[in-house]
Design a protein around this ligand. Structure first.
Ligand code: HEC
Ligand code: HEC
Length: 331
């Protein structure tokens, strides 16, 4: 693949390269044998006539032989290099080598090596792979390289990046192999429209926020929550009448006290006012379908083995009696 926009520039670059090398060779040839011309009448003592520091004189000799040879070797090397490797405009070089093809060869070689293992994996359901230590080891590396920058190296996410170690209630979608494969392949976009205009002013928004807080057992103002409950009808279409969410459209459960976008009245009021669109980019171009099954198995194992109500790391807690003293973790 050429990076040039049209046929002129590669030619231009190639000509400049060749002319420069030719000019170097010419200079070498001329300077290699010539001596500084001695002015008429000057006694020729084989010096250039320059004198420094009273008596330092420069001998009028041609360039040293070893230096000449270095120069010649350099010129020959550069011509050979340009003939073999791509460097002369868009000429591919005799070897037709490129970083791209070398990388592609490496990728193909490694894929061939692991093909038997993946063949074995593809015969098993993802749920079984989630218990296979070999699949988990590969899946973990894939996760670290491709997912951890957003979801954290332990999969617990951070604000606006979902915690993947949650039990099903804390997931935006239906926790399971199918949902994970689908999300990794196509990405996903969670959109909540701005609801400020529907709910009313600051007071009404604060009231509905307190009602939402009451659903999850967070600290809330009772009077505001009672008023807010009426307004919640506008939210129920997506979050459900009971606030338990709707996984089909990715509307989060508001009763589980896991807060993807931040804990507390201010965070809720802000999301009601301005809405939210949260995007996970599709990852399909980075993986083969078999690799996606393996990383999905690893993700599935995260939520199967641990439940994240132990240290409140992402501001999550399931214990309804605990009044929000663990704080939220921002980015
Ligand atoms: C650029 C950041 C980013 C990367 C990289 C990323 N994700 Fe995500 N992921 C997100 C965001 C943001 C969401 C939430 C989208 C939404 O709100 O609907 C998400 C959602 C998910 C979900 C759905 C969670 C739920 O609660 O339903 C899964 C599963 C998931 N990601 C797995 C992965 C895996 C596996 C990888 C690596 C192959 C990955 N993600 C890479 C940002 C990312
Ligand atoms: C059209 C559907 C829709 C409506 C109506 C809607 N929401 Fe949402 N809401 C969503 C979606 C989808 C998300 C998740 C966005 C994402 O993927 O990050 C969300 C997220 C939230 C969150 C963040 C939850 C968390 O874990 O941090 C809160 C709080 C919330 N909504 C409250 C409300 C309230 C209150 C109303 C009513 C005033 C409302 N929503 C109306 C779809 C909706």
């Amino acid at each position: 693949m050429s990076d040039f926009t049209n046929g002129f520039w590669p030619l231009y670059v190639a000509i400049i390269s060749l002319v420069s090398i030719a000019a170097c060779a010419l200079l070498l040839w001329v300077a290699g044998s010539a001596k500084v011309s001695v002015k008429a009448g000057q006694v020729s003592d084989n010096t250039t006539g320059h004198v420094w520091d009273e008596d330092l004189r420069e001998l009028n000799n041609p360039l040293p032989r070893w230096w000449m040879w270095l120069f010649i070797i350099t010129v020959v090397f550069s011509l050979a290099y340009l003939a073999i490797f791509p460097g002369l405009g868009s000429f591919q070089g005799l070897l037709k080598w490129s970083t791209e093809s070398e990388h592609q060869q490496d990728v193909t070689r490694v894929r061939d090596q692991v093909a038997p293992l993946y063949a074995e994996f593809s015969a098993q359901p993802i749920e079984a792979l989630a218990k296979d230590p070999r699949a988990l080891a590969i899946g973990e590396r894939q996760f670290m390289n491709n997912c951890s920058q957003c979801h954290g190296s332990d999969g617990r996410g951070s604000q606006s990046y979902p915690n993947l170690t949650n039990s099903n209630a804390g997931w935006l979608g239906e926790r399971g192999a199918e949902h994970i494969v689908q999300t990794v392949t196509n990405g996903r976009m969670g959109v909540m429209p701005p609801m400020g205009a529907v709910i009313g002013g600051e007071v009404e928004i604060s009231e509905v926020a307190h009602y939402v807080l009451s659903l999850s057992g967070s600290p809330y103002n009772e009077l505001k929550a009672v008023n807010g409950k009426k307004k919640f009808a506008a939210c129920a279409a997506c979050h459900g009448v009971d606030g338990k969410g709707n996984k089909a459209i990715g509307a989060p459960n508001l009763t589980d006290d896991y807060w993807l976008h931040g804990r507390g009245e201010a965070a809720i009021a802000s999301i009601v006012k301005t809405g939210k669109s949260n995007v996970m980019p599709a990852q399909a171009s980075k993986f083969t379908p078999d690799q996606i099954r393996v990383v999905a198995a690893y993700v599935l194992s995260l939520s199967a083995t641990q439940h994240s109500d132990d240290d409140g790391k992402t501001g999550e807690k399931h214990d309804k009696g605990d009044k929000g003293d663990k704080g939220e973790k921002g980015r």
